[in-house]
Design a protein around this ligand. Structure first.
Ligand code: BGC
Ligand code: BGC
Length: 777
């Protein structure tokens, strides 16, 4: 087949665009080897698209791909989706617990069943390929993707990886990739869970042996089980981006580990290789990337550039042939050349399979098995359902919150209970059983009540997030605003026993909340079948235990907010009747060395994960070696004390322009909430400072501050380095949310201005003699 293909037809197999940025006509014209829908991308951009709508798009894309009228070739395309805890982009699908909860269940058979059910729900919508499992062995709970990791223990990850790959793809020699099965992806190769400080897409600084022993075990399990695709990771290994690492992608994965499927990139991940952009990156193909995941409109120039780069010999013909051979091999193995079109496959359109009772029963069972009990004083649990039970807390009746990220939308935000037809909240499950048993149950999110309950069940925890949006720099739950603790304490003060159900994507530092609870159960992110929680925490109407608590920690639980010490090791957890895990109150004092560390943004160079962005009018660019100006603003490097340690910004005044230090994902800067915390910029100003120089700080869309600092700058002695302290508490009063900072120090001007820096950092405690400038409009 390869011999009959033109170069353009081959490159098309290496391009994976996204449904928001291609049409069926583009598919007809190019014949892409595959395409994807990203998290929160739906057919017709309609969140409420029906299974029929999904099928219709799948079939149209397929028909266009095999139509050879424009591209001269008939190779079936394939559609990839992030079905990472069930077919989670589709309304009404069964949403299974996220991986961290499944790890706590430590039951490979269970997760094989979950994967099988997921494959079937995916097949109903005509989709061929699933970007799961994530086989990261997360080592730092501050990482926002910790919940996508089964365990910090590579042995659990290895075993699970094999089980889920078998569940998705079927068993080699038995039901491998038959019409009930989908292609799976082991991701993200390799070291995604090992980045320094748990920074998403960061740098994993370990030896090769550790990379293998700790971070690659999911590939050992998954590839042995026959996983057909591997996704390259955004992270670097010892400073080198994996997407550009020929050593890891080609020599290790393909040659040493013998992987003969194909390597797909992650979301424009190739564009992060030094010297690459989203639109041009021969380095990735040369390193061994077979398929570029290229959302947005970048696929057009990327296609043209790859064709040109092969013609020019920058990418060899052999490399292209190898990549395409791998893609075709997977398509043959998956039977795509023989299967009927997506709409005509056996499960297609059988929408009763999506969210079926059978699948919900598996999910409910998974919820039961995933719960981990950390405290149960006086054997308070399981509760008698004949009592008067008050259910409180913001997570009690909130299926979106209990499902977490990667649920209908990418971040899992913006969903209401109505977006989960057939699903149950944790409260729903408790209410049903208590009412059936003749007890009394009330939902009161804020904990208020008229008649005093016998017991309060308080459900609270993290709000949904995905990827780097969930990164934290400290695991203190509700840092700086312990409102849930206050709720627990109110019950305690009134002598009402309290059961805490903690919803979270990771263990967090909750010593105060543990102390204020009589019983404490980590429920992780259970998904759409909240009633599985009631099955465990309630007795039946006769007073018998229904299900014991069998989940055990798959991650150590932290003893301090910095995740430096263990409170409980992997494997910890109680069953009913067990002796307590701790016998005295836990330490509630905060402390630790990292409290005194500065957060450096710029010191000789911009410090990762921060990037320097220039904006002029509506156009923006990240500064790299090739880009140093953008419209009305330019940056240059000069020597102050050592080589190239300072930056000069010049605003021409031709239009409004700005620079800012931005992070790809918002950062948690709540370490800098103290009275004398400051942003410290060492800068040099000219004789006269333009009329309006606005200081910009961002904390996500529509959040931040934009204040004129001309009066502050104009007072500084010109032409000399000045360490300038900006008071962070004033900035918070002006609306800066320190928990979620995405732009740390930006200046904009509409007038000509020249200003230089050689150091930018956050300090927790400014020296006593430093004058803190308070910014205000
Ligand atoms: C994530 C992947 C995901 C991809 C497609 C990326 O940002 O890292 O896990 O498969 O997006 O949505
Ligand atoms: C997209 C998601 C995608 C994610 C990957 C977001 O910008 O909206 O669909 O999965 O990027 O990082």
């Amino acid at each position: 087949m390869l011999e009959t293909m033109t170069l353009e037809q081959k490159i098309a197999q290496m391009i994976q665009p996204e449904i928001r940025d291609i049409t069926v006509e583009d598919m007809r014209e190019y014949g892409f080897g595959s395409y994807l829908n990203g998290g929160g991308a739906f057919p017709g951009n309609d969140k409420y698209a029906t299974p029929e709508d999904w099928i219709e798009l799948a079939d149209a894309m397929y028909q266009a791909s095999i139509d050879d009228s424009l591209d001269g070739i008939s190779i079936p395309t394939m559609w990839g989706t992030d079905a990472v805890h069930g077919h989670n982009n589709v309304i009404g699908a069964t949403i299974f617990p996220h991986n961290i909860g499944l790890g706590a269940a430590n039951n490979p058979d269970l997760i094989r069943d979950i994967a099988g059910a997921t494959a079937r729900e995916v097949m109903v919508t005509g989709i061929d390929w699933v970007f799961a499992p994530t086989v990261a062995a997360a080592q730092d709970l501050r990482w926002g993707r910790s919940y996508e990791s089964y365990s910090e223990d590579p042995n659990i990850v290895r075993e699970y990886s094999a089980a889920i790959v078998n569940g998705l793809q079927g068993e080699v020699g038995e039901d491998f990739l038959n019409e009930q099965r989908v292609i799976s992806t082991v991701k993200h190769f390799v070291g995604d869970g090992g980045t320094t400080d748990g920074i998403d897409q960061g740098n994993t600084e370990v030896t090769e042996q550790t990379l293998f022993d700790l971070h690659a075990q999911g590939y050992v399990g998954g590839l042995a089980a026959g996983a057909q695709t591997v996704m390259a990771s955004f992270n670097s290994w010892n400073g080198e981006k994996i997407h550009g690492s020929r050593y890891l992608l080609t020599e290790v994965l393909k040659e040493q580990m013998g992987f003969d499927g194909f390597v797909v990139g992650d979301w424009n991940g190739h564009g992060q290789i030094p010297g690459c952009t989203n639109e041009s990156c021969p380095q990735a193909a040369n390193a061994g990337l077979d398929v570029y995941m290229v959302p947005t409109q970048s696929w057009r120039p990327l296609f043209d550039n790859l064709v040109a780069q092969v013609r020019e010999g920058i990418i060899s013909q052999e490399r292209v042939d190898d990549a395409v051979r791998r893609v075709l091999r997977v398509k043959f193995r998956a039977g795509l050349f023989d299967k009927p079109s997506p709409a005509n496959r056996p499960l297609a359109g059988r929408s009763g399979i999506i969210g079926s009772q059978e699948h919900r029963a598996i999910a409910r069972d998974a919820v039961r098995q995933s719960l981990v009990m950390l405290k149960n004083d006086s054997q308070l649990l399981p509760l008698h359902p004949t009592q008067n039970i008050l259910v409180a807390g913001s997570g009690a009746h909130n299926i979106g919150q209990q499902s977490g990220g990667w649920t209908i939308s990418w971040q899992g935000t913006g969903n209401t209970n109505d977006d989960f037809p057939g699903g149950t909240s944790i409260f729903d499950g408790i209410a049903e059983q208590v009412e059936a048993a003749g007890g009394q149950v009330r939902l009161s999110e804020d904990g208020s009540f008229d008649d005093k309950p016998d017991v309060a069940v308080v459900v609270f925890g993290e709000q949904p997030y995905a990827e780097g949006n969930g990164d934290l720099n400290n695991l203190d739950y509700q840092r700086g605003n312990a409102s849930d603790l206050a709720l627990l304490e109110r019950f305690q003060e009134q002598g009402i026993p309290v059961v805490t159900l903690f919803i979270s994507g990771r263990p967090m530092w909750v010593n105060p909340e543990l102390n204020a609870s009589d019983a404490f159960v980590a429920v992780w992110l259970p998904g759409s079948e909240g009633q599985g929680v009631a099955d465990v925490i309630l007795r039946n109407a006769d007073g018998d235990v229904q299900y014991d608590v069998t989940g055990r920690l798959s991650f150590a639980w932290p003893a301090d907010p910095e995740d430096n010490r263990e409170l409980l090791p992997v494997g910890a957890g109680m069953s009913y009747g067990d002796t307590p895990l701790f016998t005295s109150l836990l330490n509630e004092e905060l402390g630790g060395e990292s409290e005194t560390e500065d957060l450096v943004i710029f010191e000789r160079a911009v410090k990762a994960p921060w990037l320097l962005e220039l904006r002029s009018g509506d156009t923006r660019a990240i500064v790299e070696s090739s880009i140093q100006s953008q419209g009305a603003v330019a940056v240059s490097t000069f020597d102050d004390e050592v080589q190239e340690d300072a930056r000069r910004f010049e605003f021409s005044g031709a239009q409004e322009a700005a620079f800012n230090f931005v992070a790809p994902f918002p950062r948690d800067l709540r370490a800098f909430m103290g009275d004398r915390s400051a942003l410290v910029v060492t800068l040099k100003v000219p004789e006269t400072v333009a009329t309006n120089v606005m200081l910009n700080m961002y904390c996500g869309n529509d959040c931040g501050l934009n204040v004129n600092v001309q009066p502050i700058l104009a007072e500084l002695p010109p032409g000399q380095w000045q360490r300038t302290y900006f008071d962070l508490s004033c900035m918070q009063q002006e609306g800066l949310n320190l928990g979620h900072v995405s732009g740390v120090f930006g200046l904009s001007s509409t007038d000509p201005l020249e200003i230089s820096f050689n150091d930018i950092r956050f300090v927790q405690q400014a020296p006593e003699n430093a004058h803190l400038h308070c910014v205000s409009p």
